[in-house]
Design a protein around this ligand. Structure first.
Ligand code: HEC
Ligand SMILES: [Cu+2]
Length: 333
């Protein structure tokens, strides 16, 4: 079912380089600290036990040298751990701008992976993977080797977690919010992908794979998968059929009941209370499911609340559609 083993599998994510060394350093720092504290404690237990004939009239109460040592050394170690951890973490969570984007939706108890640029959709579960392997298609999430990948995750129900031990990547996937994970696989192969957040009865079966394949195999996979009828849904259609178009323009314009959504992506929006907010994926999503939370300056709070009316799928499609309305979007024509 899965190839996990007791110790960590080989690390094949070039963005997580150094994570394992850091992990070992932390383990040894912990082991040594334990010995340094516990060792003398045990020794003193015997040395100063009641039956020992020791002068107890003037116990030592203060030793400046010792206090400096046990303050300065741990502080230095902690500062080192902080900077080492922070730089490595930053490298692992900020995707490069040229990363290939894949949208991951967790749902009891399977994953849906959408490739917006390629217009394909993959459903990954134990059963679906088996079926695909039979048909000669790599199982699970399929990514090309040596290519930076950006996973934008969200959940259609409860909290799940996108966990690939071989990448040293574990990122919670949450309802009503987007989270980002990134990696660049250095070696072709099939690796375990687990849900690492308890999500109900069949959580333990929410297992799939990441198939890291060559560029050629990836192109072949894309063309094969494009023949499938299961595709990411079209944001423009959702936009027009959900009544959004009645209040929002999608081209540069002013006036109208709601602000134009053209050029919204990445813009700094001013709200009625004079605070500002950068229009990113989470802001756009919130504007749709909870429009009263942040009201754009110059407009009245009259947008209907779409929470519960749009599926996770439709919401994601809308967010992508609105993002692509912006000329400045990277990679846009
Ligand atoms: C009845 C009119 C109306 C409808 C229908 C409507 N909106 Fe709105 N929308 C507004 C108004 C008014 C605002 C500005 C006030 C506010 O922030 O709530 C707004 C704000 C927004 C914003 C934030 C815009 C910005 O400039 O920051 C987004 C994004 C948005 N709407 C998306 C949608 C989507 C997607 C739909 C369809 C699912 C939709 N709206 C349907 C009236 C509407
Ligand atoms: Cu799960």
């Amino acid at each position: 079912m899965f190839d996990a083993r007791f110790w960590l599998p080989e690390s094949i994510n070039s963005m997580a380089e150094g994570t394992d060394q850091f992990f070992m350093v932390l383990i040894w720092v912990s082991v040594i600290s334990l010995l340094v504290v516990l060792g003398p404690m045990i020794w003193m237990m015997f040395r100063y036990r009641a039956s020992q004939d020791i002068d107890r009239s003037a116990p030592p109460s203060h030793h400046l040298g010792l206090e400096i040592v046990w303050t300065v050394i741990p502080t230095a170690i902690l500062i080192g751990v902080f900077f080492w951890g922070a730089t490595g973490y930053t490298k692992m969570v900020v995707p490069p701008t040229d990363a290939m984007e894949i949208r991951a939706t967790g749902q009891k108890w399977f994953w849906t992976f959408d490739y917006p640029e390629e217009g394909i959709r993959v459903r990954a579960s134990l059963e679906a993977d088996e079926e695909r392997v039979k048909n000669g298609i790599p199982p699970g999430l399929v990514v090309p080797v040596d290519t930076p990948i950006k996973i934008v995750g969200s959940s259609a129900d409860v909290i799940h977690s996108f966990y690939v031990p071989a990448f040293r990547v574990k990122k919670d996937v949450l309802p009503n919010r987007y989270t980002v994970a990134t990696f660049q696989a250095t070696k072709e192969g099939t690796y375990d992908l687990f849900c690492a957040e308890y999500c109900g009865t069949k959580h333990s079966k929410m297992i799939t794979k990441v198939s890291v394949v060559s560029q050629e195999a990836f192109a072949e996979f894309i063309s094969k998968q494009s023949e499938e009828s299961d595709k990411p849904i079209d944001g423009a259609t959702v936009f027009n059929t959900s009544g959004c178009a009645g209040c929002h323009a999608v081209v540069a314009s002013s006036g109208g009941i709601g602000p134009t959504l053209h050029g919204l992506w990445g813009k700094t929006e001013t709200l009625v209370d004079e605070t500002t907010v950068v229009a990113d994926e989470n802001y756009i999503r919130e504007s749709i499911v909870n429009p009263m939370e942040k009201i754009v300056r110059g407009y009245s709070p009259m947008m209907p609340n779409y929470s519960g009316q749009l599926s996770e799928d439709e919401l994601n499609a809308l967010v992508l559609y609105i993002r692509d309305l912006s000329p400045e979007k990277e990679g846009a024509e």
